[in-house]
Ligand binder design. Structure first.
Ligand code: CTP
Length: 427
């Protein structure tokens, strides 16, 4: 897809370099148009090197090609990030004083703007009126994220994470996220999925399953005891409910079922990439995989050898991203009707019982449903039965389900169907 990436003059311009990488790695052809102010934060050379195209912000460059007309017409999607207060104002009032604003006036396809500014500027009635105007004209203006801003201040005004902008942009353009990714298999229309009748007919459900493995060297890894049985049972139940099912499979002891689209991953970072790609066209995401919270800081390219003349190695770990949390952030930034379900494996300890910990996890991760099970010796991992409590963020009564993993999967899918029917359809 041909994308124009407009970059506004805010400090968050540096994060847009990662957004550009996400687009190009997914196979899109991106022309970057920074404003003059943006080039004070990130130079033209960076945008040229990362996009592989010449970069200009002047309507007086390449005049013979009538650049702004060509770019505006050819772009299948225009993304502006960071959309500063000034840029929102110029776009809302139809100004045409640089190449980016000219191109916006010529836009024939969808336009998405990702604002970033200080909270006061975002809340100012002038900015809010400009956002309203732009939205009324069909432009998608994302809500800024909340958190630490450039100075000591914090509040709404942060640029949404590049992955969130990426997913929202692809969803807006109706681009199939997974097929465009070179290292993920394409979903074919009418293939495994798109089943017939059932409460989830017509919906796409992405399920992660199994346990991630974090390599230490070419032969060793840090892993966990997840067998993938519960995730596979969920995939079967979702398919039986009529959904098109995509299974993001980390290491599993059981085979993937027929009739699902299989994406195999190994590490938490691979799972994150696959999940964020899949999120763009998923109505439901179920994170049943046991994701390693940490990975070795260094991965040896060769087998680590024991040596008598040196100290035994010490493994340092670094934190993996919280994929579930990120999926919720991406969904919320795009204001999508998407149901996200987490799993919690808890043991309980002297400071709290399983349900107390689970309720805290539900608040922290902000997913819609949390399926909680108690783990321990001979409990859950690798077993054929399960005993869970389903907690809902909506505050409705916790629901218990037990029996075989298929019974539990059916209860979870039933609950998802019930929750979906409560979601307000998109305006
Ligand atoms: N999860 C995730 N990314 C991670 C870790 C976990 O998406 N890096 C997801 C799991 O797939 C599961 C849920 O988060 O749906 C809960 O995982 P769990 O390991 O039980 O929770 P943690 O976040 O690790 O919390 P704690 O360490 O407090 O148990």
């Amino acid at each position: 897809m041909r994308i124009v990436l407009g970059v506004g003059g805010g400090i968050a311009a540096y994060k847009v370099a990662s957004l550009l990488r996400l687009f190009t790695e997914a196979g899109h052809d991106v022309t970057v148009i920074p404003t003059d102010a943006a080039t004070r934060f990130v130079g033209v050379a960076t945008w040229e090197a990362l996009s592989g195209h010449p970069v200009s912000n002047s309507v007086f460059d390449e005049v013979h090609t009538v650049n702004h007309v060509r770019l505006g017409h050819e772009a299948e999607l225009i993304v502006v990030a960071p959309a500063t207060a000034d840029l929102l104002a110029r776009a809302a009032t139809g100004q045409a004083n640089d190449l980016l604003t000219n191109t916006l006036l010529m836009a024939g396809g969808p336009v998405l703007m990702a604002p970033a500014m200080h909270t006061e500027m975002w809340r100012h009635p002038a900015t809010q009126a400009n956002v309203e105007t732009l939205r009324s004209r069909g432009i998608t203006v994302l809500e800024p994220a909340t958190g630490r801003l450039t100075g000591a201040d914090s509040g709404p005004g942060r640029l949404p994470e590049p992955a969130a902008i990426f997913a929202s942009s692809l969803a807006l353009a109706g681009a199939p996220a997974v097929p465009n990714s070179p290292d993920l298999p394409a979903s074919e229309p009418g293939s495994p999925a798109a089943s017939g009748a059932g409460p989830l007919a017509g919906l796409t459900v992405t399920i992660s399953a199994g346990g991630t493995r974090e390599p230490l060297d070419p032969v060793r890894f840090l892993g966990n005891r997840s067998s993938g049985k519960q995730g596979v049972a969920l995939a079967v139940a979702a398919r039986a409910a009529g959904a098109r099912v995509r299974l993001l499979a980390a290491h599993m002891d059981v085979p993937a079922p027929d009739g699902v689209e299989l994406v195999e991953v190994e590490t938490a970072l691979e799972l994150r990439k696959a999940a964020l790609h899949a999120a763009a066209d998923s109505d439901v995401i179920i994170m049943a995989a046991a994701v390693a919270d940490f990975r070795p800081a260094d991965v040896s390219g060769t087998k680590i050898k024991k040596r008598d003349d040196a100290a035994d190695p010490v493994i340092s770990l670094v934190r993996n991203p919280d994929i579930l949390r990120e999926l919720v952030e991406v969904r919320d930034a795009a204001s999508r009707n998407q149901l996200i379900v987490g799993f919690a494996a808890e043991t309980g300890d002297a400071d709290g019982d399983v349900l107390e910990y689970a309720a805290a996890k539900l608040r922290r991760k902000a997913c819609d449903l949390l399926v909680v099970n108690q783990v321990g010796k001979d409990r859950v991992f690798g077993q054929d039965s399960n005993d869970v409590v389903i907690l809902a963020r909506s505050g409705s009564e916790p629901q218990q389900a037990s029996g075989s993993k298929s019974d539990v999967a059916a209860a979870v899918i039933d609950r998802i169907s019930a929750e979906l029917s409560r979601l307000v359809p998109p305006a």
